[in-house]
Design a protein around this ligand. Sequence first.
Ligand code: 5AD
Ligand code: SF4
Ligand code: FES
Length: 366
Amino acid sequence: MIKKYINKLYETNNTTDEELLYILDNLDVDSKEYLVEKSHATRMRTYGNKVYMRGLIEFTNYCVKNCEYCGIRVSNKKADRYRLTIEDIIDCADIGDRLGYKTYVLQGGEDPFFTDEIMVEIITKIKDKYPNNAITLSLGERSYESYEKMFKAGADRYLLRHETATKELYEKFHPGASFENRRECLWNLKKIGFQIGPGFMVGLPGQTNKDLVNDLRFVKDLEPQMCGIGPFIPHKDTNLANEIGGSVDKTTTMLALIRLMNPDVLLPSTTALGSIDTQGREKGIKAGGNVVMPNLSPTSVREKYSLYDGKICTGDEAAECRLCIENRIKGAGFEVEITRGDNIAWQTKKVIKNDVKRTFTLEGDY
Ligand code: 5AD
Ligand code: SF4
Ligand code: FES
């Protein structure tokens, strides 16, 4: 039965919620192997064996939000806060370009210091210098107008994980935050024209397979260009310090299911996955992941961007991420791809407007 459902997913990229739940409830070693095989075949058909590189710039760890699981939540007074200057950020972009990163991911907590004006200045400066490089933002919830200003300044993509598509679970982990507003933000970003990346954590305390089916369904309905999935990992200075984190096995299962349901999606094998298993990112790539996001932040601040315990790429080895990740990708039997790496369905839609600074050509630049 389970292989029949997996075959249906492979052939039609969809199935019912009941069948998804059946797969999650009944997956064993043999059917997991089959699932991963089908997911791999799907990615080979869409993106081949290429793995896309993004340079991650963690530019502020100030955050007004209080997500229960997160080490930089506002109420964690032990977090050592920092903000990069605009010059620091441009330096990261320079280093990144030289290392072959043609996408920058500007990620931070929800930090009111970075007003729309400042963000527009940063985006404009990077785009003036590197018009062919893509800018991905990951700055949390902002107004429609704010998103629009940043898009018009030249930002291309936006990562905003929905975290969990189950309202009760969302409210349990996000005191004072609105489940509806977060989802609304994703629809707004999509409407404005960003390539969007929702995503969720695997193994949140109390999360069931039914909740994970909700995540699969939400992502399918949203039709995003990207999707970020990682295991929940406890952070010592949060109330969830003693909880059990998500597993590699469950996370790779979710990666495979997302790949099967959304063949074109750009799917990172996340740092969180690499942090709970030395081979975590390789396993994620083999299960359908086709993006890695090595750290480009100055090594002096990397340890401070501490969302969870045991994060890799923060110590002495940090400067070597570029080489390290390339070796890992090759070692797993895949190929590093250093172009911008836009979503393939997105490229063929040709929705890219010329009135903003997106000067790459559709033919040659991928
Ligand atoms: N474990 C795993 N992922 C986490 N994130 C935040 N805190 C944790 C944690 N403790 C994830 C959230 C957020 C992304 C930037 O990092 O999903 O959206
Ligand atoms: Fe802030 Fe994001 Fe951490 Fe939530 S997960 S506290 S929004 S940095
Ligand atoms: Fe950062 Fe390996 S990718 S040290």
